[in-house]
Write a protein that binds this ligand. Structure first.
Ligand code: PMV
Length: 315
């Protein structure tokens, strides 16, 4: 018997960085994200006789996405958390893949764990004939595998604070997302490691207050459709997270020379047009852009400039 599920990724505008509890991924501060409906992970589960094992799932021929061995182990560990919670002792072959190209530096853990949780709970509930969990409980279970995945269960905007996650009603329900891929290299410092290291930064002490006040200000700015104010807050927020990385006891940085050059270019766009995209970086060097639907001309201009001048890949 086989079961399938898919789930979207999300991009945080107020970042989850630092944990109160490592086992359950309870976050140090609240976060707000926009769900990326076009970046999807797919999971297929098939009943197996022996131990659980992972296999690649080819979503389409161009995007052959494979988990490395430590990611496979994390996936199997999370499946076990779900099996234990629901009281199931059988085994599965887990197949997974993404619809976005491999090695683009796009975090796939949020979408992967959301898809795995949905698929596993669906399968086990059907086998054991027990009621299916609702979205909120699925999200909380998924959080144990990857914190940020709990936000992928809600759209278009998701708000996550401690053990509460839900959608939040805000304008700009359909934004256009682009990523400027400056590096395809695998990260040297995983986000798990980043969560651990930031706690040692002297800047971490005020982080909860800065993130919380920015969250309130961002919700206010978006609610009154103050796009420029939203841009300023979102920019400050990713810089804050990256300063935590750079000032931790073992400092590290994801930003490259190209990241800085593109950020400078985007700043100039805003200066010149008094308009532009919301700009943010995750734990990586690639730059995420969110545009309003009425900014299509600006998107083509930015895409053309970045592609011609620097041959960056934009997806
Ligand atoms: O879910 P994790 O443990 O991979 O954490 C990811 C955290 C960031 O992507 C850097 C920020 C966020 O809120 O998504």
């Amino acid at each position: 018997m086989k079961w399938t599920a898919h789930a979207p990724s999300n991009i945080a505008l107020i970042k989850y960085m630092g944990k109160l509890d490592e086992t359950t991924n309870l976050p140090s501060n609240p976060s707000l994200s926009y769900t990326l409906n076009h970046l999807l992970s797919y999971v297929e589960l098939e009943l197996a006789h022996e131990a659980d094992k992972w296999e690649p799932l080819i979503v389409n021929e161009e995007n052959k996405q494979f988990l490395n061995s430590s990611q496979q182990a994390k996936f199997i560990k999370h499946l076990n958390v779900i099996k234990n919670k629901l009281g199931f002792s059988g085994h599965f072959i887990i197949r997974s893949g993404n619809n976005f190209p491999m090695g683009t530096g796009l975090a796939s853990s949020a979408s992967s764990f959301a898809a795995l949780t949905t698929c596993a709970v669906t399968a086990i509930s059907e086998i054991l004939q027990i009621p299916m969990l609702d979205q909120t409980h699925l999200a909380l279970l998924s959080r144990q595998g990857s914190g940020s995945s709990c936000r992928s269960f809600f759209k278009p905007w998701a708000l996550w604070d401690k053990d509460k996650v839900s959608s939040i009603d805000l304008p700009y329900a359909s934004l256009i997302h682009r990523v400027v891929v400056v590096s395809k290299d695998e990260k040297e410092v995983s986000s798990r490691e980043a969560h651990n290291r930031v706690i040692s930064s002297p800047l971490f002490e005020g982080r909860f207050h800065r993130a919380t006040s920015r969250l309130n200000n961002l919700i206010h700015a978006l609610s009154k459709k103050d796009w420029k104010e939203a841009y300023i807050i979102v920019w400050e927020e990713f810089e804050d997270m990256h300063k935590l990385f750079e000032t931790s006891a073992i400092p590290f940085s994801y930003m490259t020379k190209s990241t800085h050059e593109i950020l400078e270019y985007l700043r100039k766009i805003w200066y010149e047009y008094n308009d532009g995209p919301l700009v943010t970086l995750d734990a990586g060097p690639n730059i995420h852009l969110l545009f309003r639907n009425d900014q299509k001309e600006l998107i083509s201009m930015i895409e053309t400039n970045l592609k011609i001048n620097s041959r960056y890949n934009i997806i």
